[in-house]
Every structure is written in structure tokens, then in C-alpha cells.
Design a protein around this ligand. Structure first.
Ligand code: ADP
Ligand code: MG
Length: 353
């Protein structure tokens, strides 16, 4: 944002209060605290006792329980599909993370939460309400693609088109941004999770082998690529034999995984192409010169930048820290909030209700 000097008053206020930026992602939640940067990265997972409705664990601890809980405990990802499937656990999760970064209970002034652009009006208000209940004096929400673009350093306020593609766990968000607003966007429920599922299905069918979600994700991170690799890879994957029920492993190649994940990859590319097609020609021309910016964990999939570039015939860049773009964006907005009326207006517009 603008590098205006903070006023004397605002810098004093900021020393004794807390401004918090939150990326409420479908897979990961990140929190930044004004003046301290990113202080928390945890999976967006909540473990709940079904009998009592009580939250037992949140974040990493709850993620370890996914798929291995006894009957009365469920580990859930409340935002899995980019919509808030469960208000209660979303609220609990938000509250828990805010408390953890603000143990001393310093008065919270501004809280900015990045939320998937697919959420409904009711869900948006629920997030604002949850942030207020967790202690925020002023709670704002901002659409993730906008926060991601700001975090990635795109010139969102300029009269110039910037195309951001944020590939997360549950959703891929594609947005053309100009003059501080989203001109054209698309949110699809195809992203990292769907790629993991394609891998699980392939291994089940090809090897009669059942693997868990974490194994599928690990296989993706180690083996998956969108384009042929100079040196193709192999990996031994462990699971349960579907016929005998016994532990079994199989050696799987990067070529196999590449073809297994081609459908979700194509859906992501299709969403980018459709957004481009619906973009006014001037902005399209900007994208042609500045290219597409990739953010979110999915941006790290090998060769995906190259494939998107080949298919759209546009240059593609990966943000410097794709997993942190949204939270960095919320942090930049908080810094600017004190000093930039433009940013304040942008946030107020996105958060009214
Ligand atoms: P969200 O914003 O929806 O919470 P993130 O931006 O945190 O999602 O990205 C999480 C997704 O990124 C997960 O599906 C994860 O498997 C995927 N991911 C993380 N690292 C890599 C990698 N190196 N290669 C491919 N996918 C990755
Ligand atoms: Mg995200």
C-alpha cells in the first residue's frame, strides 16, 4: 500500500492494542499481528465431542485426529468446500486462534478476516459476528482473491488489470482486479482436496489399495506434476489391501499421478480461461503484459505455472510465498487502514451489513 508515515497517534495506539489479520482458509488458517508479522499457521480443523458438542482440539492437534477418531469424536474442516458448513465450529476455531495470538488479552481494535469469495451473505455476517465475539472492536472481512492479490504485491488500486489465481485446499478463486475492485471472478470447488481425491481414487482402482487423506496429500506433494518432469519420480505408497484387508504398499510413478490428476487440473485451467474470456479487452491486454499471478498452496504443484502459461498463452508467475499471500494481504490492509482512506473504504464496503 501507500507508504505514508503513520501519524503519531496511530503509532502510539498500535503499541498497546492489537490489530489482527486472519486468512480463514479451507485448509489452513494463518494469523498475523500488527507489528509482528505472521504468528500462527494451523490447519483449519476442529475436533468435537459429538456427545457434548464441546471442542476438544483445534488446528494441528485436531488434524492429527482426522480419520482416526473414536466413535464419539469427530474431526471436521468447517470450511472444507469454501462455504461455512458449520457455524459453531467455525466460530470456535476463530475464537481459539485469536485467543492464542492474544494471550494477554490486549484490546483488539481491528480484525480483518479473508474469507472465500463463494461464501453467502449470512456466512459473511457470521464471520464478522464471530470476530466481534472474540473481542474485535471492528471486524472486517475481505474476499480472499483481493487479499491474495495485495499480499502478492499486485497493484490492485491502479487502473490496470491484475489477474490472481488462488488455488487452495477446497476452492480455486480466479479474479481480475482493477481500481481496488474485483471486475470479474470465478470460484470453483476444485483445488488441492480434489487433486488428493483423484490420487486416492487412482491408487484404489489401479492397485486395489486404500490410502488415507494424508497419504494422498503427501503423494501429491512429493510426486505430482502438471507437465512432464525431466527426471520422472517414483514413490512407495503404503495403505490397506482392499481385498485382503492387510497392509500393503505399491510403487507409484509421477507419470501415473500426472494422468490421474489431469481432470481437476483441467477444471482449474478452464476457470482461468473463462474468467479471461469474460474480461473487458483493455484488462485482458494488461494480463497479457503482466501475466497471471498464482497464489495458494496449489500454486506449488510442479509445472502448473508452465501448463497454465501454455494453455492461456500468457506469462505466469508464482507469488513469492504462495501459502501466505492472503494473510500478508490482510496485514497490509491493517497497516494501511490507519492511514489510507481508500483502504478503509474498501474494507467498509466489503464488510457492511
Ligand atoms: P486454503 O487457503 O484453502 O486453506 P492453502 O492455500 O493453505 O489452502 O493451500 C492448501 C493446499 O495446498 C492443500 O490442498 C495442500 O495439499 C496444497 N499444497 C501445499 N503444498 C503443496 C505442494 N508443494 N504441492 C502441491 N500442493 C501443495
Ligand atoms: Mg486460501
Amino acid at each position: 500500500m501507500k507508504n505514508e508515515k503513520p501519524s503519531f497517534f496511530s503509532s502510539i495506539t498500535r503499541r498497546f492494542t492489537r490489530d489482527i489479520g486472519i486468512d480463514l482458509g479451507t485448509a489452513n488458517t494463518l494469523v498475523s499481528v500488527g507489528g509482528r508479522g505472521i504468528v500462527l499457521r494451523e490447519p483449519s480443523v476442529v475436533a468435537i465431542n459429538k456427545d457434548t458438542g464441546k471442542v476438544i482440539a483445534v488446528g494441528e492437534e485436531a488434524k492429527r485426529m482426522l480419520g482416526r477418531t473414536p466413535g464419539n469424536i469427530v474431526a471436521i474442516r468447517p470450511l472444507r468446500d469454501g462455504v461455512i458448513a458449520d457455524y459453531h465450529s467455525t466460530e470456535e476455531m476463530l475464537r481459539y486462534f485469536i485467543r492464542r495470538v492474544n494471550r494477554r488479552g490486549a484490546p483488539l481494535v481491528n480484525v480483518v478476516v479473508g474469507i472465500p469469495s463463494g461464501v453467502t451473505e449470512v456466512e459473511r455476517l457470521a464471520v464478522i459476528e464471530a470476530a466481534r465475539k472474540a473481542g474485535a472492536t471492528k471486524a472486517y472481512v475481505i474476499e480472499e482473491p483481493m487479499a491474495a492479490a495485495i499480499g502478492a504485491g499486485l497493484p490492485v488500486e491502479d487502473p490496470q488489470g491484475s489477474l490472481i489465481v488462488d488455488i487452495g485446499g477446497g476452492t480455486t478463486e480466479v479474479a481480475m482486479i482493477s481500481l481496488g475492485g474485483i471486475v470479474q471472478s470465478r470460484s470453483i470447488r476444485v483445488a488441492g482436496d480434489e487433486i488428493d481425491e483423484a490420487i486416492t481414487n487412482y491408487i484404489r482402482v489401479a492397485y486395489n489399495l486404500a490410502v488415507g487423506d494424508r497419504t494422498a496429500e503427501q503423494t501429491k506433494i512429493e510426486l505430482a506434476s502438471a507437465t512432464p518432469l525431466e527426471q520422472e519420480l517414483t514413490l512407495t505408497v503404503k495403505g490397506r489391501d482392499l481385498i485382503t484387508g492387510l497392509p500393503k504398499s505399491a510403487e507409484i510413478s509421477s507419470e501415473e499421478i500426472r494422468s490421474a490428476i489431469s481432470k481437476p487440473i483441467q477444471s482449474i485451467i478452464e476457470a482461468i480461461k473463462l474468467t479471461l474470456e469474460n474480461t473487458p479487452p483493455e484488462l485482458h491486454a494488461d494480463a497479457a503484459s503482466d501475466g497471471i499471478m498464482l497464489a495458494g498452496g496449489g500454486a506449488l504443484l510442479r509445472g502448473l505455472d508452465q501448463l497454465i502459461s501454455e494453455e492461456t498463452r500468457l506469462p505466469v508467475r508464482i507469488a513469492r510465498d504462495p501459502l501466505s499471500c492472503v494473510v500478508l494481504g490482510t496485514g497490509k490492509m491493517l497497516d494501511a487502514l490507519h492511514d489510507s482512506p481508500q483502504i478503509r473504504r474498501m474494507l467498509e464496503k466489503a464488510s457492511k451489513g
